[in-house]
Design a protein. Sequence first.
Length: 121
Amino acid sequence: MKNENLKESVPSENQGDGISNVIQCAYNVVSDWHDDLIWCPSQCYKHIEFKCRHFIIYLRWRHSDPWTAELIESPNDGKFNMHTKFPWIWMNVEFWKDTELDQLKLDVEKKVNGWLLEHIE
């Protein structure tokens, strides 16, 4: 049965590594991935909207730690603030190498989609 609330999400062109980059998602993409890939920490952000609420998907890598992923509710302007009053929802991700960033993004987007459908009314 097809869910009418799902839309196709196609990651940006810089993620064309041959993997299937299209997922069915229930959220709207406000702004695609912004990659800040300096040595340490490296960070990636994606601003999304779901049921009139705005969120940031936040990925972070530090030299001593693997990639981590969080979903953070944000003000409607989508401005990311490390000291936001909103709770950070930790997304359980497997270990991904720095060369597997595109696969990590796809994995996290699937987890975020599932979390939003389960927890946001």
